[in-house]
Design a binder for this molecule. Structure first.
Ligand code: NAD
Length: 488
């Protein structure tokens, strides 16, 4: 079995305890992970706090910080193959996906490397002739970055990159499911030359590690990606310390297909939107809203594509749908499918776990027409399950699109430019993709509305979220201060 270690205060350590990680393709243990509990969490946060205030990091120029980030980006690119294989091995995400995603990870680090010396304050045109007033953007403090299993290298890069660009230090908590790639990334962070304590990488379980971290009194900001229930815990835990939070949560994203769309292209995008990554994607286009006149034609196309998908070993380049990360995921999906069927929904394809070792679930399509309360239309599967409902008019499509507690992403497929603009304005979601789906860039902000969270990752605004503003007043007059009892 491979052994992984935590990275605390610039050193690799075995941790408070250890646990086994299962290979999702076989269901068998393959590696031993360090489990951080209160002691490790406290050591890591204190190391980050020291690095923020006392170590060499505090006096590095932003340009020098950027250079370290460039070095990390290069190391990620040089080690892309090994990192992708590790992520595939530990989480079951197919190698085609992890290999492509790791290229983006390097790009995100590069983007924030370039931003490090472009975070500016402002000189304010105050209406007082004897005052110079300006703002400074200072690092917000120690950041707790907590990520779920599904894309740990990517979801941590969108936090580590902007936080380091802003001058913060971090404790990164990998998910207890599939933490290997993030623990390995720590070796590259070390090699890049970041001073001890600037980035600490641990893993552990929610109640004994994540909860201690997000409630730690020295943590100033919690950057979280995961489910809404955990997010509520985190907000409660961080309230004690009044730490700020950014929350990237789940979704039940609508995928709207109008009769005037290019149906072949929309079907391909829908396959990418729900079956890629076995549906374990926060932006999964898991609710297909299709115009009634083309419903049968579009579903026939989709079912044909879903049935032809190559299910197999995640390290095999020919595989298109690999295993889910955990057995728990299969159990959750089974329950949600059963409740939806009990409510009257019809399974059109798939609908039961694949009979082979490992945690495999096939592409599944469920027709929920006429049952708006079907659980499959409201709750997140986080698996390769598409729920379908049809509409007659654009107004009905928009009403259905917004009939969800979530608001992360959405897709609109139409040949009409004017319709697309109306829907862009009307949809309550942080991302609208028109005639495309699942496109990302470090330059574009990403995040949710409603129960999908708040705060944005990507773009300049994300780096500013890791700063706090200090306003400086400097009096330029040598005259004595006039009447001290009057506010100036
Ligand atoms: P989760 O919320 O169960 O766990 C996420 C992380 O939180 C893990 O590291 C876990 O250990 C930690 N955690 C659990 N309890 C905690 C607590 N009390 N305090 C602090 N930390 C705690 O999520 P999951 O099931 O691993 O991941 C799936 C969810 O993540 C889905 O809802 C999915 O939509 C969402 N997600 C969102 C995005 C996005 O960018 N919006 C991206 C990927 C996944």
């Amino acid at each position: 079995m491979r052994r992984f270690q935590s990275y605390i205060d610039g050193a690799f350590t075995d941790g408070d305890a250890r646990f086994e990680s299962l290979d999702p393709a076989t269901g068998q243990p393959w590696a031993e992970m360090p489990e951080a509990r209160e002691g490790d969490v406290d050591r890591a946060v204190r190391a980050a706090h020291r690095a923020l205030h006392e170590g060499p990091w505090a006096s590095l120029t932003p340009t020098a910080r950027g250079k370290l980030l460039y070095r990390l980006a290069d190391l990620v690119a040089e080690n892309a193959q090994a990192l992708a294989e590790l992520e595939t091995r530990d989480t079951g995400k197919i190698i085609r996906e992890t290999a492509a995603q790791i290229a983006y990870v390097a790009e995100y680090y590069r983007y924030y490397a370039g931003l490090a010396d472009k975070i500016e304050g402002a000189v304010l045109p105050i209406d007082k002739p004897d005052m110079e007033v300006w703002t400074r953007r200072e690092p917000i403090g120690v950041v707790a970055a907590i990520v779920p299993w599904n894309s740990q290298l990517f979801l941590s890069a969108v936090k580590i990159g902007p936080a380091l660009a802003a001058g913060c230090t971090l404790v990164v908590k990998a998910s207890e499911d599939g933490p290997a790639p993030l623990l390995e990334l720590a070796r590259l962070i070390h090699e890049a030359g970041f001073p001890a304590g600037v980035v600490n990488v641990i893993t552990g379980f929610g109640p004994t590690c994540g909860a201690v971290l997000s409630g730690h009194p020295l943590v100033a900001h919690v950057a979280f990606t995961g489910g809404p229930a955990t997010a509520r815990h985190i907000v409660r835990q961080s309230a004690e310390n009044l730490a700020s939070t950014s929350l990237e949560l789940g979704g039940k994203s609508p995928f709207l297909v109008f009769a005037d769309a290019d149906l072949e292209s929309a079907a391909n995008a829908q396959v990418a939107g729900i079956f890629a990554a076995s549906g374990q994607s926060c932006v999964a286009g898991s609710r297909l809203l299709v115009e009634r006149s083309v419903k049968d034609r579009f579903l026939a196309l989709l079912i044909e594509k879903a049935s032809a998908v190559a299910i197999g070993a995640p390290l095999d380049r020919a595989t298109e749908v690999g295993p889910l990360c955990t057995r728990r995921q299969i159990e959750n999906i089974d329950k949600l499918v059963a409740r939806s069927v009990a409510a009257g929904a019809k399974v059109l394809t798939g609908g039961a776990a694949v009979e082979r070792e490992g945690f495999f679930y096939p592409p599944t399509i469920i027709d929920c027409d006429g049952i708006p309360s079907a659980p499959a239309l409201q709750e997140e599967f986080f698996g390769p399950v598409l729920s379908v409902v049809s509409f007659e008019t654009e107004a009905e499509a928009l009403r259905l699109a917004n009939d969800t507690a979530f608001g992360l992403a959405s897709g609109v497929f139409t040949g009409s430019l004017t319709r697309a603009h109306r829907l862009i304005r009307g949809i309550h979601a942080g991302v609208v993709w028109v005639n495309t789906y699942r496109a990302v860039s470090p330059i574009a902000p990403f995040g949710g509305f409603k129960l999908s969270g708040h705060g944005r990752e990507g773009g300049l605004a994300a780096a500013l979220d890791y700063t706090r503003t200090k306003t400086v007043w400097l009096r330029t007059s040598d005259d004595p201060i006039p009447d001290p009892f009057v506010m100036r």
